[in-house]
Design a protein around this ligand. Structure first.
Ligand SMILES: N[C@@H](CCC(=O)N[C@@H](CS)C(=O)NCC(=O)O)C(=O)O
Length: 291
């Protein structure tokens, strides 16, 4: 028996991205099944969640014992308590306290930025000047990210040392800054780039693209620009060919759907797993092991 995480359209739902990273990024996927709901707008979520009262918002996790957690930080804390060895919070007390305060500030704030710059994992836009209140929040983000690095001595890409809940909850914000071309300083730019290059976030994006549910209601009006994250290895879905693997790299089931890459044909056991791999082959370790 597993917990069940309800998420929205992966291309647009920021809290769902954060909650899923709290699972996948810490190796907890075997404990959590995922259900994707596709409301026409963010306000249309409740009608699809009649069994998940009272909040009926995304993300929601129903634990295997039946508790309904309708808040991303509640999901984070419950996972951290249930899986203490997964490293969701840092072990070092200064890093942990700093990560907690940053994660909670993100969770309870940054309303102007959320409103001005909706998350989009489908495409990115030509640089946009944020409204004054959102610009002040961008400055605040840069300040608290720099503070976290200074007090924890973080040297790598993440805010408090190893990737932790604070990074997962800031991932949507890092994507937003990249989406709308916000002109950050070099440290912030590197942090946003680390999120875009992170294989877990790339898997999320690849699944969002593969689901084929891009929706005008969620898109911004501005002129697009190329995706600012790493370019995927070129691959295409094909109808015919002789795959070099007999079983799907994800399920181990017989191959039914094909893709071409590097002059070679690979097989998968369903269209979605083929298409998520076509979208970004290098994000999937089980596929890359076939190479
Ligand atoms: N406290 C929640 C808020 C979640 C939330 O507002 N989710 C939005 C989608 S991103 C939603 O479900 N909106 C529909 C509604 O509020 O009815 C969290 O951050 O986890």
């Amino acid at each position: 028996m597993t917990h069940r995480l309800y998420i929205g359209n992966r291309l647009y739902f920021s809290g769902s991205l954060a909650a899923w990273l709290m699972v996948d990024r810490f190796g907890l996927s075997p404990h959590v099944a995922t259900t994707v709901l596709y409301p026409a707008t963010e306000d249309g979520v409740g009608a699809l969640m009649t069994d998940l009262a009272p909040a009926r918002t995304l993300p929601t996790m129903v634990t295997k014992d039946g508790a309904i957690l309708s808040d991303s930080m509640a999901i984070a804390e419950e996972l951290a308590t249930r899986y203490p060895d997964a490293g969701l919070w840092p072990r070092d007390p200064v890093a942990r306290g700093t990560a907690r305060t940053l994660a909670n500030e993100m969770h309870s704030g940054f309303r102007a930025l959320r409103g001005a710059w909706p998350l989009n994992l489908h495409r990115s836009y030509q640089p946009v000047t944020p409204p004054a209140d959102a610009a002040a929040e961008c400055a605040r983000l840069e300040a608290i990210w720099a503070h976290a690095r200074a007090v924890t001595g973080a040297q790598g890409p993440w805010l408090c040392g190893d990737y932790c809940i604070a990074d997962a909850i800031f991932a949507p914000m890092a994507v937003r800054l990249a989406n709308y071309g916000f002109d950050t300083g070099p440290v912030t730019r590197a942090y946003c780039a680390a999120h875009l290059a992170d294989p877990a976030l790339r898997r999320w994006r690849a699944m969002g693209l593969a689901a084929g549910k891009a929706a005008a209601a969620f898109e911004h009006d501005g002129p697009p620009r190329p995706w600012p994250g790493p370019a995927p290895l070129p691959a295409t879905a094909v109808e015919t060919g002789t795959p070099q693997n007999a079983t799907c790299p994800y399920s181990g089931d017989p191959v039914t759907h094909l893709m071409r890459m590097d002059g070679r044909t690979f097989g998968f056991c369903n269209a979605f797993c083929r298409d998520k791999t076509v979208a970004d082959p290098a994000a999937w370790p089980a596929f890359m092991a076939l190479l």
